[in-house]
Design a protein around this ligand. Structure first.
Ligand SMILES: Cc1cc2nc3c(=O)[nH]c(=O)nc-3n(C[C@H](O)[C@H](O)[C@H](O)COP(=O)(O)O)c2cc1C
Length: 207
């Protein structure tokens, strides 16, 4: 018998805190649903040298993800700052180490989504979200963006896309989440949680 609740893994990288703020708001959306939890995890920076130089436990924020966090999740939200229109290398580095999960089909039929933060409005949010979608599809996950029934998508003058939530942090990385950005990423977490619960049931019935 299961003695722990299913969880949505919110796996993000954040250097200056904007993506982390989104991750925490997405977690609040997940936790607004009963019967499921949010698990926040981050990834370490990568270094061009061969030696690890950072402590095993980050000084603040979420702890580093392990493969088992991903293996046993009921749903996954991937978050990254935009780096030249792409996801950040630390997150890509972690994903590139997930072949064992791919071989076992550990993520097949689980729902997933993505979110990002940029400094500028047209700095590549959608391409970054799509860059995160690609490995999720290879893993057989069911990608869920944001539907236009979230009316903020129609009116936002900041972040927010049908491919996933986004945030414009500004050139100094000092802009807090706009109300619409905050509502959208919260809704994304809530939707992912509902989908995760539905697909947990679906997979159990198919067994
Ligand atoms: C190497 C590098 C590349 C970046 N590329 C882009 C970019 O293509 N478009 C953009 O708008 N911002 C870009 N940025 C800015 C970050 O995406 C932005 O500051 C983001 O909000 C940082 O998120 P964080 O606070 O979670 O670290 C880049 C930053 C760095 C360091």
């Amino acid at each position: 018998m299961r003695d722990t609740l299913p969880y949505v893994l919110i796996l993000y990288y954040s250097r200056h805190g904007a993506t982390r703020s989104m991750a925490e708001q997405l977690a609040a959306g997940v936790e607004s649903c009963t019967g499921i939890e949010a698990r926040l995890r981050t990834v370490p920076p990568v270094s061009p040298t061969c030696e690890a130089v950072d402590p095993d436990i980050p000084a603040e924020g979420a702890v580093y993800a392990e493969l088992d966090d991903l293996r046993h999740c009921a749903g996954l939200a991937l978050g990254s700052p935009t780096r030249f229109g792409n996801m950040a290398a630390p997150l890509k580095y972690f994903i590139d180490a997930t072949s064992a999960l791919w071989l076992n089909g550990a993520l097949v039929d689980k729902p997933a989504t993505a979110f990002t933060s940029t400094s500028s409005l047209h700095g590549g949010q959608e391409t970054t979200l799509v860059s995160m979608l690609l490995p999720l599809l290879h893993h057989g996950m069911v990608y869920a963006g944001l539907p236009y029934s979230e009316t903020d998508l129609m009116t936002t003058a900041a972040g927010g896309t049908p491919y996933g939530a986004s945030h414009v942090a500004g050139q100094r990385s000092d802009r807090p989440l706009a109300d619409s950005e905050s509502r959208l990423v919260h809704a994304q977490g809530k939707r992912l949680a509902h989908l995760a619960l539905a697909l947990v049931r679906m997979r159990a019935e198919a067994r």
